[in-house]
Design a binder for this molecule. Sequence first.
Ligand SMILES: [Zn+2]
Length: 74
Amino acid sequence: MALGDRHQKKDVEAALKRAEAAGLKVRHDKNKHRWGWVLCCPCNDQTVVYCTPRNTGDEAKKINEFVRNHQRCV
Ligand SMILES: [Zn+2]
């Protein structure tokens, strides 16, 4: 991720860092309340990331689960 693409919520930012470290792609594509995506290129799956999730813990958990499901793909 380029500088300035950080997520404002620390929990979510940490989860995005883990996703990148696992080899998944993090795309910052802000549109209204959407922050961007976490993508798994090999199987073409993706999960949306919100800017201001109601519960940052849940949002981070969703990303962590996605990473767990897809770290074997990359
Ligand atoms: Zn995958």
